[in-house]
Write a protein that binds this ligand. Structure first.
Ligand code: UGA
Length: 423
């Protein structure tokens, strides 16, 4: 099929690349001239495993073209995906101005048999308001909600092996057209109404955020009572009703989705007058997790003034270079505010806020503490004997439980791991 994808951001690039892999022809609309040029030169502006290969193949097979004009991009497309930014507005509610201006632009250019599909996370009711906007502009194109469930770092894999494909349509035949696009995938197709599809996305992210915040609370309690949170949570997860995923304790959630979507869902519930103290508590508890980690790091350092901390990890999680709302950066900021001197290291990410190193050993030179804040598998293979040689202090505080305790201790260092007893 001929498809347009409007917005060559993270979701748009993966959606466009994934659809070409399924054999569709994609016209990608992107308003930034610089990004259009970059893409045409086959430079992919984000780090996402497998994406470059898919996009190169799409170009080679003439299945992908990039257009600076949205009107050009939608020409001849049966389905038009909107993958546009929806940043948090002042009240926590998603800011839809970019989506609305593109819809207004397209209203005068779309034919009645074309279908607009919202892909980015948008407030419940957005599909309806887009439909009203189109109708006000005299356009009778279809409107469908088809939320994305891609996690950064595994987005291509998540596209190919989707658990479910949720399609919320006003007209059943529009749902059928959108479903047919995903014909080559195994995921369960859930056809529903637009409001339900929109709510699925918020409910899923808020549930996952709640679940891992709960795991962090159990991890903190484990520290207080001398239990081992990893074993506790593993045993809890073995209950088939619960399952083991998303129970890994850590510094709390970051990235562009959970922080934004939890507060957006609160905004939605406030708007309809529903009190949701559970979600409020999740957001508050999550913020406290970083404070607790900073406080413990300071406790381990003694007086933090002038002490040097090497934070391993800058990205909000492994396998991405995304530093938005990164717990690693928040922790680094907390330590700096307490008077410590902070440097950071990451295999992919960087930040202008702190001095960054590519090599964890170099980053650890003269450090009084190494604090592991992102679960990069690369960190497991760092030679801890060399780290011990170059450090000034002895403490390694691992808030992701990623290092091998025996290896760290074998190098003569003190290993302190989140949620686990210290020996
Ligand atoms: C999340 C969802 O997982 C995707 O399904 C969704 O499509 C996406 O948001 C979105 O709304 O676009 P993402 O933000 O990329 O994806 O990252 P996750 O892998 O879900 O991790 C979110 C945060 O939870 C990270 O900070 C991660 O370190 C943390 N986490 C995750 C834990 O602390 N413990 C866990 O057990 C799992």
């Amino acid at each position: 099929m001929n498809v347009a994808v409007i917005g060559a951001g993270y979701v748009g690039l993966v959606q466009a690349a994934g659809l070409t892999h399924l054999g569709h022809t994609v016209r990608l609309g992107e308003s930034s001239r610089e990004r259009v040029d970059e893409l045409n030169a086959r430079k992919i502006p984000i780090y996402e495993p497998g994406l470059v290969e898919l996009i190169e193949r799409a170009f080679d097979n003439n299945l992908l073209t990039i257009h600076e004009s949205n009107v050009d991009a939608v020409t001849g497309a049966e389905v038009v995906f909107l993958t546009l930014p929806t940043p948090p507005g002042a009240d926590g509610y998603a800011d839809l101005r970019i989506v609305e201006s593109v819809v207004d632009e397209l209203a005068v250019n779309l034919d009645d048999d074309q279908i607009i599909v919202t892909k980015s996370t948008v407030p419940v009711g957005t599909a309806l308001s887009i439909r009203e906007r189109l109708r006000a502009g005299g356009c009778r194109a279809g409107v469908v909600s088809n939320p994305e469930f891609l996690a950064e770092g595994s987005a291509v894999e998540d596209f190919m092996r989707a658990d479910r494909i949720v399609i919320g349509a006003f007209e059943p035949e529009h749902a059928d057209v959108v479903a047919s696009l995903y014909g080559g995938l195994d995921g369960t197709i859930v056809k529903t109404d637009p409001a339900s599809a929109e709510l699925v996305k918020y409910a899923a992210n808020a549930y996952l955020a709640t679940r891992l915040t709960f795991a962090n609370a159990i991890s903190n309690i484990s520290e207080e009572v001398g239990a081992d949170a990893l074993q506790v949570l593993e045993a809890v997860g073995l209950d088939r009703r619960i399952g083991g995923r998303f129970l890994r304790p850590g510094p709390g959630y970051g990235g562009s989705c959970f922080p934004k979507d939890t507060s957006a869902l609160l905004g939605i519930t406030r708007n309809v007058g529903y009190d949701f103290p559970l979600l409020e508590a999740v957001i508050r508890t999550d913020a406290l997790q970083r404070e607790r980690i900073v406080a413990r790091a300071i406790g381990l350092l003694g007086d933090p003034t002038g002490r040097r901390v090497a934070v391993w990890g800058i990205a909000f999680k492994a396998h991405t270079d995304d530093v938005r709302e990164s717990p690693a950066v928040r922790i680094a900021e907390g330590l700096e505010a307490a008077g410590a001197e902070v440097v950071m290291t990451d295999p992919e990410a960087s930040t202008s806020e702190f001095k960054c190193f590519d090599d964890p050993v170099l980053a650890s030179e003269g450090a009084d503490m190494v604090l592991v804040a992102t679960e990069w598998p690369e960190f497991i293979h760092v030679d801890m004997t060399r780290v011990a040689e170059v450090m000034r202090g002895r403490v390694v505080y691992d808030v992701r439980n990623v290092l091998d305790a025996d290896m760290v201790r074998g190098a003569g260092l003190d290993y302190v791991a989140l949620g686990r007893p210290t020996f």
